[in-house]
Design a binder for this molecule. Sequence first.
Ligand SMILES: Nc1ncnc2c1ncn2[C@@H]1O[C@H](COP(=O)(O)OP(=O)(O)OP(=O)(O)O)[C@@H](O)[C@H]1O
Length: 305
Amino acid sequence: MIEARDLRKEYGGFAAVEGSTFSVEAGEVFGVIGPNGAGKTTTLKMLAGLIEPTSGSVSVAGYEAGETEMRYQLGFLPEESPLYEEMTARTYLHFFADLYDVPEDTAARRIHETLDELDLEHRDRQIGDMSKGMKRKVAIARSLINDPDVLIYDEPASGLDPLTTNYIIEFTSRLAEEGKTIVFSAHNLFHVESICDRVAIMSEGEIVAKGDLEQLQEEHGETTYHVYTTVEVPDSVAKNGRYHRAVETMAEVESIRESAQQAGGSVADIRTKESSLEEVFLNVAEDGRETRRRRRQGAEPEPEA
Ligand SMILES: Nc1ncnc2c1ncn2[C@@H]1O[C@H](COP(=O)(O)OP(=O)(O)OP(=O)(O)O)[C@@H](O)[C@H]1O
């Protein structure tokens, strides 16, 4: 549904994004994460055809980014929505429905249903008088006005209270269940983890890791084994009548088992804990920083173009 090939965006010689290649299948939810300034917004804007790549290419639903037909397939939610403050939510949404050639009766029904689903009250209040969460909901409704197949959401819940944030994340998840293809960026990795099928981790303009959570955990995460024994073993800590020790390899688990048996006891329980997306992200960011530092010092080869 979306193909990005070797995307690069330069601003006055500075590469905000470089070497970005990824694809998003129809119906997938694809998360783009990374620290501030990593190139997420720049990437999403290139996908939406709002800025032109310096080199590389993007296609969405079979159209090249920027082609007029593409905009009918796409709903874009910018990080900060420029809303027309003096319009009411309803007039604003009808205005955009008109720009997308949505017939009047379809628009009225769609606006009504979407605002109902988003639980937006005060639809005839001027946007300038609305709260931040209400404005975000109007912007989301705007992204859906043309009933697009592809949604590109930049930080959909940024700066909102936890209740509204949850509401918007759940709403986004429902859109995915309805079959929309969604690319979104977020700093809250718990949200990304809970609704994304696959994730790209960006750092200093480059995608430094991508895959589903399982792949990312395998490649960049760690498994911790929490072993509980009935008797004290070296380096264990007494906990609720048992002895606990956390280790990272099965060989260490075996050695604990042997120690417990030698002391006349046994292993009562082993619990496995995989890295969260946040831990994977921190590992990848740290590895990426180290690789770039070495590259700058000439110890690591430049990536192939
Ligand atoms: N119009 C522009 N002119 C010059 N530099 C820009 C422009 N837009 C973005 N940049 C630079 O490109 C880099 C990537 O910015 P971008 O907004 O894509 O990052 P981001 O990952 O979305 O960050 P954040 O999480 O803070 O929103 C930053 O160093 C930024 O300063």
